[in-house]
Design a protein around this ligand. Sequence first.
Ligand SMILES: [Zn+2]
Length: 315
Amino acid sequence: MAKPFASSADLGEKRQSLETLAEGVYALTAEGDPNVGAVEGEDFLVCFEALATPVVARAWLARLREHTDKPIRYLVLSHYHAVRVLGASAFGADVIVTHEKTRELIAERGEQDWASEYARMPRLFKEPASILGLTWPTATFSDRFTIDLGGDRGDLVLHYCGRGHTEGDLVAWLPRQRILFAGDLVESQAALYTGDAFHRDWASSTLDRVASFGAETLVGGRGAVARGAGEVEASVGQTRDFLAVMLREVSAAGTLKEAFERTHRALEPRYGSWPIFEHCLPFNVSRLWDELHGVERPRVWTAERDREVWDELQS
Ligand SMILES: [Zn+2]
């Protein structure tokens, strides 16, 4: 029997959990759906990630408003993917911050990515007509961007760790609380999406930099909050292992179809039951196949190309 395309048949609501990680530091996780967060400054808020539509974002903000009524000065977006950025208008933020490569990716492929992600994961796009258009950053940086939280709250520092899940991922680091919002560079018991990735950089220098923060709490792109150095290490380790297995299996394959079958067989025992595993794998293997055959930058995913790759590999 053919598998339904991507996550198009995944229609069950996920249970959301709002956790206070330290005073004024919040994370909303949702059983494998995209995570979001917020950090209180002295008289303002920084929100991390915007979700897929303004309607979905407003539900998150209503929960956040049970804890704080400070105005949102900054909206930080970890990378360009539609399910994390298209809800931005709900925040009314003064400043929208991304890495400079993310701005370029939005210009180059934001429209196509929107159509692709909507078809892959329609459940995340509640009331898609509420989206006002592509989200554009109003501030970008290349290496780091520091937000002084005011009072004695210390800094929130945005870092670029190198190419990884995309060409322009950032992480948000609270040095005083040792809390890291890692975006999709790290997943916690959720499958990786690597369709826009640079696998070799991600699995080596980029994850080395992420690990070097020595976080004691880590909020990944999907999955539960990792608490304590052991769980943080396990999340980073799982991400690295997933990539290493993909690199090993795709390198050893003679055809794309064989690469998919080998990778599926090798990853399935450990990761097969994790959210979006079957959804992601065809796109992941397709990109890694390209990467290992000299295609430097990921090809643009369109709704049409998604279907072609899915039909070739997953059905
Ligand atoms: Zn992503």
